[in-house]
Design a protein. Structure first.
Length: 99
């Protein structure tokens, strides 16, 4: 399942819906790209693709420095899964391909 492209995701956190944009590129089982959000932007880390399953980590700087660990699945032009925010627990996210 191709995950490559631009995605808009929404993380349903205790602080409300947090939007982010992903630029993803896969190469075999490896996933790379960038995540851009109001909370911080930067390259993805530890990106993996296994069939339609995807996972990656992204660092944010606001409201505090934190690494978010994403895991989810891609189905066509939709993505969904969960994001672990350190000691704050896990929250659901959903996304749509935009390009």
């Amino acid at each position: 399942m191709a995950v490559d492209g631009k995605w808009e995701i929404i993380i349903n956190s205790p602080m409300g819906a947090q939007k982010a944009t992903l630029e993803l590129a896969s190469s075999g089982a490896s996933l790379s790209g960038t995540q851009t959000a109001a909370q911080g932007s930067g390259p993805l880390e530890n990106g993996k693709v296994d069939g339609n399953a995807v996972s990656w980590s992204a660092k944010i700087s606001s409201p505090m420095p934190l690494t978010l660990d994403f895991s989810g699945a891609v189905e066509g032009d939709k993505m969904s899964g969960s994001v672990k925010a350190g000691a704050f627990g896990s929250f659901p996210f959903t996304g749509n391909r935009v390009a």
